[in-house]
Design a protein. Structure first.
Length: 256
């Protein structure tokens, strides 16, 4: 799509929906964009808004922030192309929708998830779900909630070990999650990719503190099983000390 086409869409009954990048912060310092916030506050509602207005005499246009990162931009453009929604581009640096994270309450929840699944299957028809493709990601590339002291004792059980999720392109992330049957990770924004997983897939999320967005806000419904192993720590951003309890939990999960 032409990112210069910011002023092309001027029908009388145009309805614009803004999508802006969400920047994560630590101690008032910008850390990185957060795809979980972007999806829950922006893209989900953009699609739901389109569904709500599609039978009205209204032309929907999505206004995309020029600072969207690759994951945010490519998924938005993919959905826009699938739904035949034109996009324009603007600097929305100071805009935030403020919409509620709890998307499972929205009446269009199931349809939005179907649209995302349909759009990725159309884009990547060569990718098939693999019933025994197991992936481990312990957030080595993250600034918080890392696994400490893991000595690769479980690597033999996994088909792929991800050390730096941020280094994977959007296309590679989508393809990875589309084919994965078992995904083991530490709770974090990477779990937004659950929306690309097959309904037969299973996820184990290890978390310092019971604060799982997929469970709270609904995307856990996208997979057959979403299991949370909470360590009961007081700080959600605490790193995790690897131990036999965690190891036994992971073994029990991947052998399902």
């Amino acid at each position: 799509m032409d990112t210069e086409a910011a002023t092309l869409f001027t029908p009388l009954n145009v309805h614009r929906f803004k999508l802006s990048s969400i920047i994560g912060r630590k101690n008032d310092t910008k850390i990185s964009t957060n795809i979980a916030h972007f999806f829950h506050e922006n893209l989900f509602y953009a699609i739901a808004d389109f569904l709500e207005n599609r039978n009205t005499n209204t032309n929907t246009v999505w206004t995309l922030c020029i600072h969207l990162q690759e994951w945010e931009l490519k998924l938005t453009q993919l959905c826009a192309e699938y739904l035949n929604i034109p996009c324009e581009y603007s600097d929305l640096s100071d805009y935030r929708s403020g919409l509620p994270f709890d998307i499972k309450q929205n009446k269009h929840f199931n349809t939005v998830m179907e649209i995302i699944q349909n759009s990725i299957k159309l884009k990547y028809p060569e990718v098939e779900f693999q019933p025994q493709y197991k992936v481990l990601y312990f957030r080595d590339d993250a600034w918080a909630r890392k696994m400490i002291g893991y000595k690769n004792t479980l690597d033999q059980y996994f088909d792929e070990i991800i050390y730096d999720m941020s280094s994977l392109s959007f296309d590679d992330q989508v393809k990875l999650f589309m084919k994965t049957s078992h995904f083991v990770t530490i709770e974090g924004a990477c779990l937004t990719n659950i929306i690309f997983m097959d309904k037969r897939a299973k996820v184990l999320s290890i978390t310092p503190y019971p604060n799982s967005w997929p469970l709270m806000f609904g995307t856990s419904r996208c997979v057959e099983k979403f299991q949370v192993f909470s360590l009961g720590l007081s700080n959600f951003d605490s790193s995790i000390e690897y131990n036999t309890e965690i190891e036994d939990c992971i073994k029990g999960f991947i052998l399902q």
